[in-house]
Structures are given as structure tokens and as C-alpha cells.
Design a binder for this molecule. Structure first.
Ligand code: ADP
Ligand code: ASP
Ligand code: MG
Length: 419
């Protein structure tokens, strides 16, 4: 017998019929003799719909009230899955974030899990009850509802798995594993049987939304065995216990396997960033700090930053990217400080995409970046900004060129599946 945490994403939970299929998968896992807890997302499109309501109500919405609204999607699906399981003769009940409780900090809309009391959950599972937990939500120190950032149900699932010391955390989604790039963009993408935590962390952080970044760092820290697999399967599909999906593994586990190492593991695209340029910023100590300190205080993550060399008159342009969801707030913070910072104009542009190539093989190989630049140049794709880490190279380009860029890079690094 094993203890398994199963997570189902939005597409898997979209409607009664699909929830019935999910209930069938859960029931089969329990019948295989396992103790199970299930974490669910809101129905596909529901969280977007709720976010739009918040925007319409107040463009500069209070994140605490936003959380009250957007957390409701998962409340609906957790209750519906418990009802469906009961209809199939299983013992099941829902556990909302505040009932467990899943304690987070108070960074509304992007809260971090700080503490998770697993006692009630373990008792319920030991009694043969299927625990159904809405993903994405938690409770702040002052007892307000919080959410964990978009895609946060993955993190809820890994946190539950760590807390109950699960043997495995199965993330069921609408693709059957992690691929060399989004299989919806590149038909020739290849499924990877194994990916290391570190590679998955980079891939997730640069836009492979198959797993939320924090879920991967948590799994790495807590040693949770994570499998990504499809929920769109029939009764004859190989059981989850035979590991049909992609396993996220340590470096040692990968080295011990017979999987051939590629220089590049995968390519990711992120269309959710926006570019902000402040022109004619005074070129003196403290000017850049004056721009980024208020953004940091408001929990706005700045990613790529370029500061041009001062031309004349001791002035320089500063360009950076922020998540599109934070753009309005970032603009408003910088507008308020226009005089204090001393810039001339602020230009914002959401029509950008960040394309990244990731692979631990890059550590020992030169030329990955130059292949990227040359491949894009050959297609006439202009690079607006560049950033690198030890195992990643990212470029910012025009959003219209995203699909083309990913496709040509996938071919250039030899990742295409054989026809
Ligand atoms: P869920 O609703 O189940 O959480 P998501 O939409 O968050 O699902 O994540 C699954 C999607 O991630 C897939 O449909 C696919 O389009 C996308 N994706 C992006 N990059 C990859 C990749 N490298 N491998 C697999 N899927 C990817
Ligand atoms: N429903 C939330 C979202 O769409 C959380 C999740 O699905 O993981 O971001
Ligand atoms: Mg997701």
C-alpha cells in the first residue's frame, strides 16, 4: 500500500462529465489499495473569468479581496468531486484551505505556504476516506483567505504530499508528461520520461506552465516524488503506478538511468511579461534603486533589466520586464514617483514574449547562446533583451514571433522527434 496525492488541473475538472472521469481514476487508485488525497483546480477558464470580474470592479484591485473572489473556483470543484465520488459509493469529503488549515503568509495573490497541519487529513485518509482539497487557496495569519499565484494548485498538491509524507504526488493534466517544448505549439516535441528538479525549475520559471515554479522548488526541498501524467485516459490505460508519465528526479537518479543526455532539455515561451522603459533616467548612484525599490516593496517581480550606457548629459534609458498582471500597478507606482526618480517618459509594451532554452548540459558546452542568436537572426527575429543563468539563456522578442521562434530553435538544437 502506498500513500498517493493526486492533483487534477482545470481542463480535467471542466464539467460534470470530466469530473466523473476524474472520480473514476481516483476510485481505481483507492481500489489498488492506496491511501489517497486529491487536490483540484477550478474548472478551465473559471479563474480567468473571476480575475476579469476583479479587474472590471477595480483596475487597482485590493489583492486581499481578489483572493476572496478567485479562490471560489476551487471550492466549487472540490465539493463537486466529493459529491461524484460519493455517488460512486466512495467515502469522500472536501477540506477547504482554512479547515485543514493550510497556513500561508499574507502576500495576497501570491502567498507562500508556511505551515500545514496534516493531522486531520491523515486521520481521514487512515479511515478510508478520500480527502478532496481545493488547490490554490490558504489562510493568512490574520485569518483571511489567500491564493498561491496562478497555477498554484500544483504547489498545494506538493505541499499536501510533503505534509502527509506521500510516496508519490501525481499531477494529472491535459498532456501525458513534460515535453521538450509545449506540444501544443510544436507537434514534433518529444516526451521526456525523466527531468531533473533543477531543469524543471528553470523550465517552469521561464514559462512552461505544466508545473508552477514553486511546486517544483518545494518538491526539490522536501524530496517529493512528482509524476506529470494525463487524466484523459480510459480504463485500459497503464496504471499510474507503472509511471507512464514524466518523473521529476534528482541528478543522481537521472545519471543512474539509461536516458541519453541532450545538450538542451527544453524550450519555453512566456507571453505573460510586459516591458517597461523609462527614458532619460539620471545616470547617478541611487537612480536605479529608486525605480526598483517600490516595485519590490509591492511584491512585483522584475525579471530582465537593461540599462543603456549613458550617452550624453548623464542620462540613460532603463528597460525591464514585469508580469503583465502587475503592469498597471507598476505603472502607477512609477508614475507617482516620476519626479523623485527623475525620468522623462514611461513606455509600456505587452506585446513581448520571452523565449528560453534550458539544459544542464550547457554547463559544460559553449555555443548554446550563439546558436540561439544565429537561428533567430536567420529568421529575421529581433532580440530586445537577453538574460542568462548557468543552465538557461532567455531572449525577449516580439510576441507575434513566439511560435516561429520556438519551432526553429527546437529544430536547431536537434530536439525534433523523428517523423
Ligand atoms: P492544468 O490545468 O492541468 O494545471 P496547465 O494548463 O497549467 O494544466 O498545464 C498544462 C499545459 O502546459 C499543457 O496543456 C501544455 O500546453 C503546456 N505546456 C507548456 N510547456 C510544456 C511542456 N514542456 N511539456 C508539456 N506541457 C507543456
Ligand atoms: N485555478 C488556478 C489558476 O487557474 C490555480 C490552478 O489551476 O492551479 O491559476
Ligand atoms: Mg496548471
Amino acid at each position: 500500500m502506498a500513500r498517493i496525492v493526486m492533483k487534477f488541473g482545470g481542463t480535467s475538472m471542466a464539467g460534470t462529465e470530466r469530473i466523473r472521469r476524474v472520480a473514476g481514476i481516483v476510485k481505481r487508485q483507492q481500489e489498488a489499495g492506496h491511501e489517497v488525497a486529491v487536490v483540484v483546480s477550478a474548472m478551465a477558464g473559471e479563474t480567468d473569468r473571476l480575475v476579469n470580474f476583479c479587474r472590471e470592479a477595480n483596475a487597482l484591485y485590493d489583492p486581499a479581496e481578489y483572493d476572496v473572489v478567485v479562490a471560489s473556483g476551487e471550492q466549487v470543484t472540490s465539493g463537486l468531486l466529493a459529491l461524484t465520488l460519493q455517488a460512486m459509493g466512495c467515502k469522500a469529503r472536501s477540506w477547504l484551505g482554512w479547515q485543514l488549515p493550510i497556513k500561508t503568509d499574507d502576500a495576497h495573490a501570491k502567498a507562500r505556504i508556511e505551515d500545514f497541519d496534516s493531522e486531520a487529513l491523515l486521520a481521514s485518509m487512515a479511515a478510508g476516506e478520500i480527502a478532496v482539497i481545493p488547490g490554490f487557496q490558504g489562510v493568512s495569519p490574520d485569518n483571511r483567505i489567500t491564493t498561491l499565484g496562478r497555477g498554484g494548485s500544483d504547489t498545494s498538491a506538493v505541499a499536501v504530499a510533503a505534509a502527509v509524507k506521500a510516496d508519490r504526488c501525481d499531477i494529472y493534466t491535459d498532456v501525458d508528461g513534460v515535453y521538450t517544448t509545449d506540444p501544443r505549439i510544436v507537434a514534433k516535441a518529444r516526451k521526456l520520461p525523466l527531468v531533473t528538479y533543477e531543469e524543471m525549475l528553470e523550465l517552469a520559471s521561464v514559462g512552461s506552465k505544466v508545473l508552477q515554479t514553486r511546486s517544483v522548488s518545494l518538491a526539490m526541498k522536501e524530496n517529493v516524488r512528482v509524476q506529470v501524467l494525463s487524466s484523459f485516459i480510459d480504463e485500459n490505460a497503464p496504471a499510474a503506478d507503472t509511471l507512464p508519465g514524466t518523473m521529476i528526479v534528482s541528478d543522481e537518479e537521472l545519471e543512474g538511468s539509461d536516458m541519453e543526455r541532450q545538450l538542451i532539455t527544453g524550450i519555453a515561451a512566456d507571453k505573460n511579461e510586459a516591458k517597461v522603459t523609462l527614458t532619460r533616467v539620471p545616470d547617478r548612484p541611487g537612480a536605479v534603486a529608486a525605480i526598483f525599490a517600490p516595485l519590490a516593496e509591492s511584491n512585483i517581480n522584475v525579471d530582465m533589466i537593461i540599462q543603456n550606457v549613458a550617452k550624453d548629459k548623464g542620462e540613460t534609458d532603463v528597460t525591464f520586464t514585469v508580469p503583465q498582471a502587475d503592469l498597471v500597478r507598476a505603472q502607477s507606482l512609477l508614475e507617482e514617483r516620476k519626479e523623485a526618480i527623475g525620468y522623462y517618459r514611461m513606455i509600456a509594451d505587452s506585446n513581448v514574449a520571452k523565449i528560453s532554452v534550458v539544459g544542464v548540459g550547457m554547463r559544460s558546452h559553449a555555443g548554446v547562446a550563439s546558436t540561439m542568436f544565429k537561428t533567430l537572426a536567420d529568421r529575421g527575429i529581433n532580440i530586445i533583451a537577453i538574460s542568462t543563468s548557468e543552465i538557461k539563456v532567455s531572449v525577449l522578442i516580439d510576441t507575434d514571433e513566439t511560435e516561429l521562434a520556438v519551432r526553429v530553435l527546437h529544430t536547431a538544437y536537434g530536439l525534433d522527434a523523428a517523423a
